[in-house]
Design a binder for this molecule. Structure first.
Ligand code: PLP
Ligand code: COI
Length: 342
């Protein structure tokens, strides 16, 4: 597709073919050179460990074009570190942080014509992934690995954009096991959540808000994003080993403190939903979106926060985050790297 044919302001969160993807392979005990290709496919052995035993991890990060024309990538060192812990969590070879960062710079630069213009509300989503590639029939880790990064321009993750979204709770589904893999970003977690996600969609909700998988007492993960609530002057978010440590949430906690809020990261009992003035969900794709209503499918009850517009704290946090990402506010915490495009 020519970039001139893209309606930047109408982009959904989806795949658009871009020019290049970059790759790096771990073979014979070492990482090789980074290569760039225009091929959207990968040659893969039919017995590769990723196909049978799910050795696959991924990441998601974004590059933003600012009013000043500069392109900023947000906190890629954090994604690089989490990519390593995801790999280690399923016995894969972790990619060195410098290689991760070099691949991000390369994939952004090579696809620069697909970085959405400032003001369109869109951004360039970078998707790193790692797979085990050795032929394997016994259940054991692969010897060889491949890391691929592609980039694709994306719009809002939720249909309504920044408008509050509606979510549901159902005790029929757990996303992950209590001592399982919830805190790492592996494909298996998402496969296991697809039925729950489909059920939520069929019933008219954007995602499922999961309770903790051990006792079903505490609020846990919100689809493919973290959960937060606002109570008085406090930003509250779960402290849970079954939640992915979101880089967006980490940033919002800092920004909340900058804005003079108190931050609490702790267990949040289900009952506390009735005490929040605002609730929201945050992630690279979700950014920072208000939750307007939470329906409990098992009890037939609802928590209503307002579907018209996000609450004042959620709105402030959303702008504080996006202003840094698009270069409209000073990057006081040193979160963005400006990518040299030429
Ligand atoms: N939780 C899950 C399950 C996710 O898939 C994501 C997305 O990456 C997040 C939380 C948010 O994490 P981050 O803000 O680092 O994108
Ligand atoms: C992200 O926010 O980057 C995600 O990975 C969410 C989802 C698209 C899996």
């Amino acid at each position: 597709m020519k970039e001139t044919e893209i309606e930047w302001g109408k982009l959904p969160f989806g795949y658009v073919k871009t020019d290049w993807n970059v790759r790096c392979e771990f073979k014979d005990g070492k990482w090789g050179e980074i290569t760039a290709t225009q091929d959207e496919y990968i040659p893969l052995h039919i017995a590769a460990s990723c196909l049978h035993y799910g050795q696959e991890a991924f990441e998601g990060l974004k590059a933003f074009r600012g009013k000043d024309g500069k392109v900023r990538v947000f906190r890629m060192d954090e994604n690089a570190k989490r990519f390593r812990s995801s790999a280690e969590g399923i016995s894969m070879e972790p990619l060195p942080i410098e290689k991760f960062e070099e691949m991000v710079r390369m994939v952004v630069k090579l696809n620069k014509r697909f970085i959405p213009p400032y003001g369109s509300g869109a951004s360039l989503y970078i998707r790193p992934l790692e797979i085990g590639t050795s032929a394997q029939v016994g259940v054991s880790p692969s010897k060889d690995y491949m890391v691929i990064m592609f980039a694709t321009p994306v719009g809002p993750y939720f249909k309504g954009g920044f408008k509050p979204t509606k979510v549901c709770i159902s005790r029929e589904y757990d996303r992950v096991a209590p001592k399982g893999t919830g805190a790492i970003k592996i494909g298996g977690n998402y496969a296991a959540s697809l039925n729950a996600g489909q059920k939520a969609h069929e019933l008219g909700y954007s995602v499922m808000l999961y309770l903790d998988p051990k006792e079903n007492k505490y609020l846990d993960e919100c689809g493919a994003a973290n959960f937060f609530g606002v109570k008085g002057n406090t930003y509250v978010t779960p402290n849970s080993r079954t939640v992915l440590p979101s880089i967006t949430n980490k940033s919002l906690r800092t920004l909340a403190e900058d804005l003079g809020l108190k931050v609490e990261q702790r267990e949040i009992p289900y009952e506390e939903l009735s005490e929040f003035s605002e609730t929201g969900t945050c992630g690279t794709a979700a950014v920072c979106t208000g939750i307007g209503q939470i329906d409990d499918l098992d009890k037939g009850t609802s928590f209503v926060y307002g579907m018209e517009e996000a609450g004042p704290v959620t709105t402030k946090l959303y702008h504080a985050l996006q202003d840094i990402q698009y270069g409209d506010a000073p990057d006081n915490h040193g979160w963005c790297e400006i990518i040299e495009l030429d």
